[in-house]
Design a protein around this ligand. Structure first.
Ligand SMILES: Nc1ncnc2c1ncn2[C@@H]1O[C@H](COP(=O)(O)OP(=O)(O)OP(=O)(O)O)[C@@H](O)[C@H]1O
Ligand SMILES: [Mg+2]
Length: 443
């Protein structure tokens, strides 16, 4: 059985590793990556336990290949074979890797690392035991400290002082998946009602909702309605520079005639409809949570996509909207208090059995050097982060111009990230030249 897989662009390293691991190793030339990770994964004949990736693979290649391997061979251990250390932190943060090994590492170090990672994969429950695991150390704590020893270099796991740096990091060695609050996603359902929610104010709900509407309207023109259900202080009309004649209260109370109802909607130039929040906070009392829920269910029969912006927290209206949601888009900023608050929100939604079938976790205002990395955020949240949106001046400029960011500045980094949210919902919503030019002409 081949236990190990090597994907490398160095014939010299391949020869060395083949000599060391013999029949336990399968190799796939890194050149196949030019045609995408699928070309490599298709050539893997067995179920390798550990993949060694490198030398001479780019970050992008390693990242996509790691994701494809993890999908095809769940639980697989990943070692990056790489000399350069200066940008190692980015690699470790950005890719789910278990160890980084120098191509110069001695055979003994290489074997020691492979053995320990292999045993750890069994002990942590990621992979089933193999017959030759029987005599391995099976105490997880021992294994983890063994891996740490390798991590630190100069100790019994390494052979000589020159080898001390050979294994530069054993990263991401966690005993098991963090304890996820959100249960794994089941069969997804067809997206109809997308509710954007956040436990705290000012996290980017409105920005996300507006851009979702603009992006989805590219593929479903005039079949998208954006509902401002931030009933007291909703500001979608302002952010889009619209002067609606009717608000949520008027439209929701307009009765069941579809034509009459559509006549009360505000049309946006980017081919979607808007239902603005009531013009003053006291009017919010004129629509109950229950009425909002019924109204959203009605809109879902009339439009391909209903996008709902909400009040921060889980008040009556937000809960009523979530009850109708096929998709929940949860937004938080990149700070510990907000991440913790969103975790509490998830816990409550799980308890109430109101977690939407499809969900998307967005971390907004992401910045470097805040002392937090993605993994910390996920551990705090108890959920995977699906999209990271960087802090960007472009968001404010678009809002001031009253134009959805993804159409105001296509190249803005936050616009690109938010486009990622749109694509999660409809993969066809790619920004084509024709669409962008049409939008530009319309302005
Ligand atoms: N990634 C970002 N970079 C920079 N500014 C941003 C970003 N996302 C949002 N903003 C700005 O932060 C402010 C709050 O964003 P937004 O109104 O979307 O949040 P919200 O969750 O809807 O807030 P509220 O709870 O008040 O309704 C806005 O001025 C917006 O332009
Ligand atoms: Mg808002």
């Amino acid at each position: 059985m081949t236990r190990y897989l090597l994907v490398s662009r160095s014939a010299e390293y391949e020869t060395r590793l083949r000599r060391l691991l013999r029949a336990r190793l399968q190799t796939v030339p890194g050149e196949y990556l030019t045609f995408g990770p699928g070309e490599v994964v298709d050539r893997v004949t067995d179920h390798p336990r550990v993949a060694l990736l490198g030398p001479l693979l780019s970050f992008e290649e390693t990242s996509t290949l790691t994701a494809s391997l993890a999908q095809e061979h769940p639980g697989i251990g990943v070692i990056v074979v790489r000399e350069q250390r200066s940008d190692l932190e980015d690699w470790v943060d950005g890719i789910e890797i278990h160890a980084v090994l120098s191509p110069e590492a001695t055979d003994a170090t290489t074997e020691a690392l492979l053995d320990r990672l292999d045993s750890w994969l069994t002990a942590s429950g990621r992979l089933p035991a193999t017959s030759d695991d029987a005599n391995e150390v099976d105490d997880l704590a021992d294994l983890e400290s063994a891996l740490d020893l390798v991590d630190l270099g100069g100790n019994e796991a390494t052979e000589s002082p020159t080898d001390a740096d050979a294994v530069v990091a054993v990263a991401e060695v966690e005993p098991s998946e963090p304890d996820w609050v959100l249960p794994p996603i089941g069969d997804t359902v067809r997206t109809e009602v997308i509710v954007v929610a956040a436990p705290k104010g000012g996290q980017g709900k409105t920005t996300t909702a507006i851009n979702l509407a603009a992006g989805l309207a590219e593929v479903a023109p005039n079949s998208v309605v954006l509902v401002d259900a931030d009933v007291q202080f909703g500001d979608i009309a302002n952010a889009l520079d619209l002067a609606p004649q009717y608000s949520l209260v008027d439209v929701a109370n307009a009765g069941h005639d579809e034509v009459a109802l559509k006549a009360l909607l505000t049309h946006h130039d980017d081919d979607f409809f808007v239902i603005a929040a009531p013009p003053s906070p006291e009017l919010a009392d004129e629509i109950t949570g229950e009425a909002l829920g019924e109204f959203l269910a009605r809109l879902a029969t009339m439009f391909r996509y209903v996008i709902v912006d909400t009040t921060p927290g889980l008040g009556e209206h937000a809960l009523a909207a979530l009850e109708q949601a096929t998709d929940g888009v949860f937004v938080t900023n990149f700070t510990v208090p907000s991440l913790r608050a969103l975790r509490k929100e998830f816990e409550l939604l799980v308890a109430l059995q109101l977690v939407p079938a499809n969900r998307h976790v967005i971390v907004n205002f992401v910045e470097k050097n805040t002392g937090l990395v993605l993994k910390d955020a996920e551990a705090i949240l108890g959920a995977r982060v699906d999209v990271q949106v960087p802090r960007s001046l472009g968001v404010v400029l678009a809002s001031n111009a009253g134009v959805p960011l993804i159409h105001h500045d296509v190249r803005d980094p936050a616009a690109k990230a938010i486009r990622g949210v749109v694509l999660r919902i409809d993969p066809n919503a790619v920004p084509t030249r024709k669409r962008i030019q049409r939008k530009a002409r319309a302005k």
